[in-house]
Design a protein around this ligand. Structure first.
Ligand code: CUA
Length: 414
């Protein structure tokens, strides 16, 4: 009888097994730590995310016990009953079957575990879907490749009234108050996901799907479209900014305003003219072209482009992939360039509009002109798009003078 395994193979196998076990354990421990992971699902920041967590942890623990038990038994049995040189190759092991107690046991135990998980799941689903009459209603529309937010502030079921708000890219909410989001889409299927606040909800054309969000504390909560939706799917991000109640009220008050008045400053005035002749076909600025565009919706595949009325109240632009404000305060290592930082709660890293957030003056020194100019110069080079097919912003071939004018005008939009 030849030796089946050399000593080397056995030692090597044991080492590989030990290394894999340690790496696996490290992976699990790491997953539960926040450490600058903006899209972690395991650090809840609101009641909905918390109820999901309350279900995930026990289910994960049970699955862990089963996993360790089964794998441990497999390893133990493989080791204990391994073939050795002393074994008689003719000998057949004793056959064991028909042990009633064992068979009933391993049928009932998994059934009980699954029943427990099912009850927990149903309870959690009911909790997540409970309606709240106090909730703020927001319609979230996915577009290739950015998100539009419409607030029904007076609760009349209409999102386009004079007392309602339309904004894009960033959703501003009051901390500690429930928001009832309805997701839908203008083109293909997207998926709305703010992992700190709740699970995912697909945004499907023609469907309106509910999702409850609430942030325990003020802060910034990032998200990412999670349904493949074309070229810039990975660049379709979202950002929820939760504010203290009074600040949210000030934000709302400012968002309701339009920009009827001409901007002061020659450059900005020229910029407004350029905007009206080139950008106003797709983008809306309340007080300038909102009435006109309502009568003649732009002939785009994906509907409209982001509403720019209060552009400078947002910290990010272009599907929330670029900072609109240069990051002067943040200490995050990744947040001093155009790209966003990774700390989920770092407001400065998410572009800090400062006083402009609630309609105050834009601090021109902090505006990220480099990113804004690069975007205007050639948008498809900054973010992959089928711009010529009507999806995303085309390269308008703007001159440097026009870009300067536009930046001067855009930075007045607080
Ligand atoms: Cu939208 Cu992926």
């Amino acid at each position: 009888m030849p030796r089946r395994h050399s000593r080397f193979v056995r030692i090597f196998g044991t080492i590989v097994f030990a290394v894999v076990t340690v790496l696996f354990a490290a992976l699990i421990v790491n997953a539960f730590m926040n450490g600058g992971k903006p899209l972690t699902t395991l650090v809840p920041k609101g009641p909905s995310a918390q109820s999901i967590q309350n279900l995930v942890l026990p289910v994960f623990a049970i699955a862990g016990v089963v996993f360790v038990g089964v794998m441990g038994a497999v390893v133990f049995i493989s080791w204990k009953f391994r073939e050795t040189d002393e074994d008689d190759p003719e000998e057949f092991p004793e056959q064991v079957h028909g042990r009633t107690v064992l068979e009933i046991g391993w049928t009932i135990l998994p059934a009980l575990i699954l029943a427990g998980v099912a009850v927990g799941t149903v309870v959690t689903l009911l909790e997540l879907n409970k309606k709240d009459p106090e909730a703020i209603q927001v319609e979230v529309t996915g577009q290739q490749w950015w998100w539009q937010y419409k607030y029904d502030l007076n609760g009349d079921g209409n999102f386009d009234g004079a007392e309602d708000i339309t904004t894009a890219t960033e959703m501003v909410i009051p901390a500690g108050r429930p928001i009832e989001v309805t997701t839908t889409s203008n083109d293909v299927i997207h998926s709305f996901w703010i992992p700190g606040l709740n699970g995912k909800k697909d945004a499907v054309p023609g469907l309106h799907s509910p999702l409850k969000l609430e942030a325990d504390d003020p802060g910034v909560f990032r998200g990412q479209c999670t349904e493949y939706c074309g070229l810039s799917h990975a660049n379709m991000r979202m950002l929820v900014r939760a504010l203290p109640s009074e600040e949210y009220d000030a934000w709302v008050k400012n968002q309701l305003k339009g920009h009827e008045a001409q901007p002061s400053g020659e450059l900005a005035k020229e910029g407004r003219k350029t905007w009206e002749s080139l950008c106003a076909q797709c983008h809306v600025i309340k007080g300038i072209n909102d009435a006109k565009i309502k009568d003649n919706p732009p002939p785009l595949v994906s509907g409209v482009a982001p509403d720019l009325t209060h552009l400078m109240t947002r910290g990010t632009f272009a599907g929330s992939i670029f900072n609109l404000y240069a990051d002067v305060q943040s200490t995050s290592p990744n947040s001093n360039g155009d790209q966003l930082g990774t700390d989920p709660t770092d407001v400065a890293a998410a572009g800090n509009p400062g006083a402009a957030l609630t309609g105050g003056k834009v601090d021109e020194a902090t505006v990220n002109r480099t990113a804004l100019e690069a975007w205007l110069r050639n948008p498809p080079a900054q973010k992959p798009m089928y711009a010529q097919g009507g999806r995303g912003m085309p390269n308008l071939g703007l001159t440097e003078v026009q870009i300067d004018q536009l930046v001067a005008f855009l930075t007045t939009l607080n």
